[in-house]
Design a protein around this ligand. Structure first.
Ligand SMILES: Cc1cc2nc3c(=O)[nH]c(=O)nc-3n(C[C@H](O)[C@H](O)[C@H](O)COP(=O)(O)OP(=O)(O)OC[C@H]3O[C@@H](n4cnc5c(N)ncnc54)[C@H](O)[C@@H]3O)c2cc1C
Length: 205
């Protein structure tokens, strides 16, 4: 069965997929698929974006929560403070950025199909639980367990676990902190302040 014909099917409507759909020619027949029903959630990110990328991709300023100037790198009992003497990057409300990207691509006629994950890919044919599509090009932007990558016979990369919460406390609002793994603490830990009272603190092995 041939199904609905598309020029481009973008698999995954997170940052990579939305950004790809934003930059594709507007005259193409494009659909973007994602099993998530609400764009941007679950929100699994500290939201830090370096200033150069933020500016280059013209991301929405209303998503900025904080500006970071200093980076403190801690290892064992020592630390180094880097001062960028300006704004190195922004802490952002990432779902807001994704919402704005969706609004932009919808305006350009991209069919945003939320709640519709891709189940199977066979050559140019894509099956979801709602239908079958044939696409001239398929863009794989479906994250760590990519079905697009699997369909090409490429093994998934090894993954690592990360946890993160928003904590209340007292923080230097312009300073991000990275604790580099050491023997007594075999994981990286980061502190990304949203303001002087709240920070996203996470760790990964
Ligand atoms: C705790 C944590 C904090 C982080 N903090 C930062 C940070 O501060 N700054 C930074 O730059 N990066 C950060 N990252 C990394 C960043 O989140 C990822 O690099 C980024 O999300 C990758 O974007 P992506 O679009 O490639 O994939 P993802 O964001 O993983 O999106 C993949 C999308 O594909 C969809 N999908 C999956 N399977 C299918 C399917 N079968 N069909 C259709 N769609 C599918 C998913 O629902 C999802 O929407 C952090 C990561 C974690 C875990």
């Amino acid at each position: 069965m041939k199904g609905q014909e598309l020029d481009v099917a973008v698999v995954g409507a997170s940052m990579a997929g939305l950004m790809a759909a934003t930059h594709l020619p507007k005259n193409l027949n494009i659909a973007i698929f994602d099993p998530r029903k609400t764009i941007g959630y679950p929100f699994r990110c500290s939201g830090f974006i370096n200033k150069k990328s933020f500016d280059e991709f013209n991301l929405p300023k209303r998503a900025i929560q904080n500006g970071i100037r200093f980076l403190r790198v801690v290892h064992c009992n020592q630390h180094i403070l880097f001062d960028t003497e300006g704004i190195a990057g922004y802490v952002t409300e990432r779902p807001m950025i994704e919402e704005e990207l969706v609004a932009g691509i919808e305006k350009n006629g991209v069919d945003v199909r939320l709640g519709e994950g891709v189940k199977e890919i066979d050559g140019n044919s894509i099956s979801t639980r709602k239908g079958i599509y044939s696409a001239k090009y398929i863009i794989g932007a479906d994250g760590a367990g990519s079905i697009v990558r699997n369909s090409l016979g490429i093994k998934n990369p090894s993954t690592t676990l990360a946890v993160q919460y928003e904590f209340e406390g007292e923080f230097e609002p312009g300073e991000a902190i990275i604790h580099v793994a050491e023997e007594s603490m075999p994981y990286h830990l980061w502190v990304i302040p949203i303001n002087e009272h709240v920070a996203r603190i996470g760790k990964r092995r």
